[in-house]
Every structure is written in structure tokens, then in C-alpha cells.
Ligand binder design. Structure first.
Ligand code: AP5
Ligand code: MG
Length: 215
């Protein structure tokens, strides 16, 4: 049973690492960013509300996010734990999540904080491509799909996220520093924070995360 939060700036490798962690511990990977992107693509009422915030690099309002996560983690596949990627992302979201855990009698195992400097992240993000269907991240130079434009895993179309332009990326860093980085202190005080150096190879980072999480 593992309940894990992945924290870290945009492009730190949350989505990249999530795939292996979810498989190893047999828990669902829940990415709020992916859920929003799917809703934008389908043109749902939630997607219509979220789109503007996402494309400008701002956070979607807490009330839209919290309700969505609360519903998702009560689904049957989360009975044996879950991996949250991109939530919580503000102190009010973290407080909401703590109240939820208490109400459900659940305990959070660890908050894995993937640390990487901003100057390393910019080229990572501007070169990133993702699968439109399953969300798997690629990189134009360091991790291209085997066939250009086609996802290795599901055959979906590999595209560039509309929030991965230089201008929006810079705004996302600003938003991260203002609203999300206070969560490291928040979880440190609770004894849950487990920092990992994210400026290493993908498999090295994975090894460090697994060492922190144990069997
Ligand atoms: P979200 O989708 O969560 O974006 P993010 O946090 O900005 O993070 P990213 O997905 O950009 O980065 P990542 O850490 O997953 O990196 P990746 O593994 O892809 O959120 C998008 C938007 O949705 C937000 O801006 C907001 O509007 C909204 N939203 C979502 N959740 C919300 C919430 N809770 N509250 C409010 N709003 C919310 O890797 C990046 C690249 O680097 C890839 O190309 C990869 O191949 C490469 N890479 C990864 N690891 C390495 C490595 N070790 N070495 C070299 N390259 C690497
Ligand atoms: Mg991601």
C-alpha cells in the first residue's frame, strides 16, 4: 500500500518517473495536468474553464481541482494506494488533501520532491513532446519516439503541449515559485518530504526514488 505525491517544478520529470513508479508499486498514476488536458481536448465544461489558465501558465482555481481529485481517489483502483502527480500544488490544496486523508483514515507515505535547477529545465521543456492519447512524455533530442510523431506505447500522436512555449514556461516557473514551492516546507514540517536530485539520468533518478520508497 503506497500513497505517494510527486512534487517538483515544471519539467522536473514527474510524468517521466510516474510511469515506472506506478508499475513497480502497482498503483494508478493520477496526473491532474493529464486529466485537464483530456477535458480540454473533449471540450467538457471543466475543460472549457481550465483551458485559459493552462495556456497562460497559471493554475486552475483550487475549487475545480480539489473536487476532481477527491472523486478520483475514491475510485476502486485507488483502494491499494495511488501516485499523485501535480497535486497538491498550493497550500490550500495540501490542507484540503490532509482533511480528506483524515476523513478517510488514510496516511500519506511520502512526498517525493524532484529537485532540478531552472536553467536545466528550460531546454527540457521546450524540447518536450507528449502523446496526445496516453500522455507519455518524450524529448525531441534526448528521448525521441522510435517512429517520429508516433507513441512507442500506444501508437497515439506525439505533439507539443501548447503550454511548452518559452514564454509560458517562464510564467509556469514564476507560478511554481510563488504558489507551489512553499509545499516543500509544508511537507518537511510534517516529516513527509523526501528530496531527490532530478538532474541525473532518468534511470538514476528512478533508482533514487525507489530507494526512498522501499519495497
Ligand atoms: P502539469 O501537466 O502537471 O505540468 P507541470 O507541473 O508544469 O509539469 P510538467 O508535466 O510540465 O513536467 P513533468 O515534471 O511531468 O516533466 P516530464 O516528465 O514531462 O500541469 C499543467 C497545467 O495544468 C498547469 O500549468 C495548471 O494550469 C494545470 N494544473 C495541473 N494540476 C493542477 C493543480 N493541482 N492545481 C491547479 N492547476 C493545475 O519531463 C519533461 C521533459 O524532460 C521530457 O521531455 C522528458 O523526456 C525530459 N526528462 C525527464 N526527466 C529527465 C532526466 N532525468 N534527464 C533528462 N531529461 C529528462
Ligand atoms: Mg507532467
Amino acid at each position: 500500500m503506497k500513497r505517494i505525491v510527486l512534487l517538483g517544478p515544471p519539467g522536473a520529470g514527474k510524468g517521466t518517473q510516474a510511469e515506472g513508479i506506478a508499475a513497480k508499486y502497482n498503483i494508478p498514476h493520477i496526473s491532474t495536468g493529464e486529466i485537464f488536458r483530456a477535458n480540454v481536448k473533449e471540450g467538457t465544461p471543466l475543460g472549457i474553464k481550465a483551458r485559459e489558465y493552462m495556456e497562460s501558465g497559471h493554475l486552475v482555481p483550487d475549487e475545480l481541482v480539489c473536487e476532481l481529485v477527491e472523486d478520483r481517489i475514491q475510485e476502486p483502483d485507488c483502494a491499494n494506494g495511488y501516485l499523485l502527480d501535480g497535486f497538491p500544488r498550493t497550500v490550500p490544496q495540501a490542507r484540503f488533501f490532509d482533511e480528506f486523508l483524515e476523513k478517510m483514515g488514510q496516511e500519506l507515505d511520502k512526498v517525493i520532491d524532484i529537485e532540478v535547477d531552472e536553467d536545466v529545465l528550460i531546454p527540457r521543456m521546450v524540447g518536450r513532446r507528449v502523446c496526445r492519447q496516453c500522455g507519455r512524455p518524450y524529448h525531441m533530442i534526448t528521448m525521441p519516439p522510435k517512429v517520429e510523431g508516433v507513441c512507442d506505447v500506444c501508437g497515439g500522436e506525439v505533439y507539443q503541449r501548447s503550454d511548452d512555449t518559452l514564454e509560458t514556461v517562464q510564467n509556469r516557473f514564476r507560478v511554481y515559485n510563488e504558489q507551489t514551492s512553499p509545499l516543500t516546507e509544508y511537507y518537511k514540517e510534517k516529516g513527509k518530504l523526501a528530496p531527490v536530485n532530478g538532474d541525473a539520468g532518468i534511470s538514476e533518478v528512478f533508482g533514487a526514488i525507489c530507494a526512498l520508497l522501499g519495497e
